[in-house]
Design a protein around this ligand. Structure first.
Ligand code: SAH
Length: 354
């Protein structure tokens, strides 16, 4: 596992670490302010720290976690994928997307993924390891710093949204992900200060973990990667369905909506002649309306190509008819504008290959 970092620690943990280093207690706050408030992870630039302790603090609390190996951009520069190398050589990716009114960072919670969905490149590569809390948080800090400093295309900006839709299954790395969500959303100097409502946690549907998340007192958006309303097909598209069925996943989503008051998002990759039939649209609309009423929104994602896959995206007219039928059941439904295909940065394409 990578070395401990300031972003792995809660307030008490940081205070204890500062004490261990033989520093006065106020340094804990000061260091947190540098990292979360000024987005600074390089202790040589923390000039209000005595020169003699900068190196020691650097080695102990700010070990280099993620090194950018490359940035790839497309959509006129508005989409940027970063390949990161972790301290132990593990590779992972994150994707920054700029829109006129917001900037969204798609982050990884694991290197690789163990969920084995056959249409997803990350799932095909298998799980490498869980990321630490600090490795998750630092993807966000780095993007927020780049936006603030105007080093990404489009000039200065502010990071407004974070989605756990990169590599990995966030709820399979539950404790570290929840700790990271708290760091990302707590106000400075304890966190990066994003609003909970602008953070989305996406899951294949680990029902017990969805229920646990519902009880955390967080109002993050839950997204469920459903992809079909029937167990027969879902058992192959999302293999973990063999463990938790569509009904169990939707009941957990309902519990999430009840506990948090938040509308749940449903992700549905449109795969030609696989899950895009009119009758499936009707069934999806009916099941969602029954489970969640109007507290649900369906995002259709045109299938992105992945290496070795024989599947294609559904034709546009099929997509339109699907949307129409879901809406006819009283469920809101839109097609997600998909970004990053040219640089293998779109949904399901993150393979972290160098
Ligand atoms: N493991 C979590 C987080 C990843 S989110 C989850 O599955 O929800 C990535 C999203 O992209 C998921 O909804 C996933 O099902 C979807 N996806 C995977 N492969 C895709 C592909 N080839 N085309 C479109 N969407 C895809």
């Amino acid at each position: 596992m990578p070395p401990r970092h300031l972003a792995d620690l809660d307030k008490e943990g940081l205070q204890a670490a500062v004490k261990e280093l033989g520093l006065p207690a106020f340094r804990a706050d000061q260091l947190a302010r540098h990292y979360y408030g000024r987005l600074e992870a390089d202790t040589s630039k923390m000039t209000d720290l005595p020169a003699a302790v900068r190196e020691k603090v650097g080695a102990d609390l700010f070990p280099p976690l993620l090194t950018p190996l490359k940035h790839l951009a497309c959509d006129d520069g508005d989409t940027r994928k970063t390949l990161w190398k972790a301290n132990d050589g593990t590779l992972l990716e994150s994707v920054l997307m700029r829109y006129p009114d917001r900037a969204t960072l798609c982050i990884s919670s694991q290197a690789g993924c163990g969920m084995a969905c056959p249409f997803c490149a990350t799932g095909q590569g298998g799980l490498d390891r869980n990321l630490t809390t600090a490795e998750i948080v630092d993807q966000v800090r780095a993007a927020a710093a780049d936006l603030r400093d105007g080093v990404v295309h489009g000039g200065e900006g502010r990071l407004s949204n974070v989605v756990f839709m990169g590599m990995g299954e966030p709820l399979a790395n539950y404790k570290r992900v929840v700790a990271a969500v708290r760091k990302i959303t707590s106000p400075a100097p304890e966190g990066l200060g994003l609003s909970q409502r602008s953070v989305t946690v996406s899951t294949v549907g680990l029902a017990p973990a969805i229920r646990k998340l519902a009880d955390e007192g967080l109002s993050v958006t839950l997204a469920v990667s459903l992809h079909t309303p029937d167990d027969e097909l879902r058992d192959t598209l999302v293999p973990v369905n063999n463990r938790w069925s569509v009904a169990e996943v939707l009941a957990a989503a309902r519990y999430y909506a009840d506990q948090t008051g938040r509308r749940v998002s449903i992700e549905y990759a449109m795969i030609k002649n696989v899950n895009d039939q009119p009758w499936r649209a009707d069934m999806l609309g009916k099941k969602l309306h029954k489970a969640l009423g109007s507290r649900v929104h369906v995002n259709l994602i045109p299938l992105n190509p992945t290496p070795g896959s024989e599947w294609d995206a559904s034709p546009k007219d099929v997509e339109r008819e699907f949307v129409r039928r879901v809406i006819a059941q009283g469920v809101s439904c839109t097609v997600r504008d998909t970004r990053g295909q040219e640089i293998a940065a779109a949904c399901g394409q993150l393979a972290a290959e160098n």
